[in-house]
Design a binder for this molecule. Structure first.
Ligand code: AMP
Ligand code: FE
Ligand code: FE
Ligand code: ZN
Length: 293
């Protein structure tokens, strides 16, 4: 997708969530907030779904923000969670559509099961409440259970719920289907997209995959590592830059904004314009959104 080089001062944030997954703002509000935060380019990367793209496109035109269409694909490597950002993918690619659909369906079954386990122990939550809160087009996740528990006064915040019953090691936790990270990287490439591994060294989130797996993903066509992210400390960032150099990968920076669902603020980490140029040059599955020319 050839495009003239961007303004060297462009402010670019390549990882955000709307209420089509576990963010708290609609795609339109998120894009408006991106404009208010002084961003020129924002990527919408909801978990395992692309239902927010059309609304983000209209809002981008209105607020003069370029929106990179994206998705954050949940992956699993021998039980270890990996998040893969796929930019500019063709959302109609059969293999990718099928994997994302399978993951979203499994997210529903698993969330229903978690709710049943919690309700059986007296926690104030029901599956219809979760569905009503999340809406029809959202990819369901643990944050939706958190929001119901908070709404019903059981916890003060999502964070408190995650520190307790929603933690990965909790007896109430149930896993969901997710493709392997190497396969997901191949699928993103096959769908004309660009693959960037999200927060690869965020050890506080759980076990990390060995760097050798990132090497395999690189050989499968991974373009970059999201190094500048609030879940990485300075040492992890330095390691990320060194690994990217060794594997010939680019590095990005992003907020991983979730609206009111997390403290992450739009634009708190940024991606260089030259990196965005490389992403746009490598992705051909879908045009940019909110971009009238
Ligand atoms: P799930 O994908 O359903 O397993 O839930 C994981 C999601 O929950 C991640 O995408 C995070 O954005 C979110 N999350 C994890 N920990 C927290 C937390 N402490 N506070 C708010 N959101 C969280
Ligand atoms: Fe999330
Ligand atoms: Fe993530
Ligand atoms: Zn994310």
């Amino acid at each position: 997708m050839p495009r003239p080089p961007l303004d060297p001062d462009a402010r670019i944030d390549l990882h955000t969530h709307s209420d089509r997954s576990d963010g708290t703002e609609s795609p339109a509000v998120l894009v408006r907030e991106a404009a208010a935060a002084g961003l020129d380019v924002v990527a919408l990367t909801d978990h395992d779904g692309v239902s927010g793209w059309a609304e983000a496109d209209r809002a981008g035109r209105r607020h003069k923000v370029v929106v990179v269409p994206g998705v954050e694909i949940s992956c699993s490597w021998h039980g270890v969670s990996v998040h893969l950002l796929g930019y500019l993918v063709d959302p109609g690619h059969p293999g990718l559509t099928e994997e994302l659909g399978r993951t979203r369906e499994s997210r529903r079954t698993r969330l229903r099961r978690m709710v049943e386990l919690l309700a059986a122990e007296g926690f104030p939550v029901s599956y219809p409440e979760v569905l009503a809160l999340a809406g029809d087009e959202a990819s369901l996740g643990r944050p939706h259970i958190a929001d119901v528990l908070v709404g019903n006064g059981r916890y003060a915040s999502r964070d408190e719920a995650f520190a307790d019953v929603l933690a990965s090691g909790s007896p109430f936790h149930v896993g969901h289907y997710a493709p392997g990270p190497v396969h997901a990287t191949e699928l993103v490439r096959a769908a004309g997209g660009v693959a960037v591994m999200a927060h690869p060294f965020a050890a506080a989130r759980g076990t990390l995959v060995p760097d050798a797996v990132i090497g395999e993903m690189a050989r499968a066509g991974l373009l970059g590592l999201e190094v500048e992210h609030r879940d990485h400390d300075p040492e992890q960032r330095a390691h990320g830059r060194e690994l990217a150099r060794r594997l010939g990968l680019l590095t990005t920076g992003s907020s991983d904004y979730h609206g009111a669902g997390k403290p992450n603020r739009l634009g708190e980490n940024l991606t260089g314009p030259e990196v965005l140029d490389a992403i746009l040059g490598a992705g051909s599955g879908h045009p940019l959104l909110g971009d009238s020319g």
